[in-house]
Design a protein around this ligand. Sequence first.
Ligand code: SF4
Length: 363
Amino acid sequence: MSLEDAETFAVSLGWQKFRGEQIWRWVHAHGVRDVEQMTNLNKDTRAELAEKATIGSLTIAEQQVSTDGTRKLRLLTRDGQSIESVLIPDGEKTTQCISSQIGCAVNCQFCATAKLGLIRNLDAGEIVDQVYLARKLLEEVEPGRRISNIVYMGMGEPLHNYDNLIKSLQILCNDKGAKLAQRRVTVSTSGLVPKLEKLGLETVRPNLAVSLNAANDETRDEIMPINRKWNIGKLMAALKAYPLEQRRRITFEYVLLAGVNDSLRDAAQLAKLLRGVRCKVNLIPWNPHPEALYQRPSDAAITGFQNECKRLGLPTYLRTPRGDDIDAACGQLANRAKTADGSSAPLVPLRIRRERPGLPAVD
Ligand code: SF4
């Protein structure tokens, strides 16, 4: 529920509107999951609330901790589906990577999540509860460590679940709730042009990241089939028109695949494509997983690519894979269960169905 939903809910029960805000603050500002802890509600109100409402949508089914401190959570929804969320410590900061869908319909060829197909969208409650559960877990296992940044880069294409994306952003960034600063939240997309244009008109303003991965249509068509619908020209036109706030820049993610998009010519094309765009590029050497046959480029090829981009004036950063030993790194999230030795089991195909008309085919 948004704050307004909670107020409407309170009124529907015959309570005063402010009760809705009181309850909402307990959940979103204080992380309370038990009605009995809402000490400014009297006993009868608490009893009625417990009868009429439930708090929290997810439970932690499993967690794996990488040798680098990255923590992958497998979370269960009420209907028994699994999603994954990753906590990435970086000095005193912790970034949480959250999921927006169960599976994904976009079918990027290098991504393990794509192999699940789309099972369903997460609702706004399931999106924000990933943050609240992780916050609680950190309080227990690493007191003093707080989640500083949120990235919508886990399972799913956030812009395919637009309404729940926006609602979850409004909840997480509400000053009366979790109070996340909008500049500390990033939404990553594979480039759904019409939804990008819509996002630019919202009052809530997260950072924008675009999974680009190639600077020419031929290669991008091959590794990201969505490019056949919204090609690089359309995507760049939408991004150039995007109302970027002052001092912000677009992040382009570029997964480096050996022999596919890692040549010096690719680097030069990328620099040319992004010339004049306020941006930075994160290079992500491909994180291997059994569902795709790509290879990570050699260290020399990675360095050469980065140096060429920099030489041509493109701010380019190399992202060190985090949590790749537990399949928690970029592109590896696939709901694998943990095996007895702590590694990840092979991918188990999940029920795949097409959720609603208009989405790309997944099966
Ligand atoms: S990279 Fe992102 S958009 Fe592409 S298939 Fe994977 S989860 Fe979906």
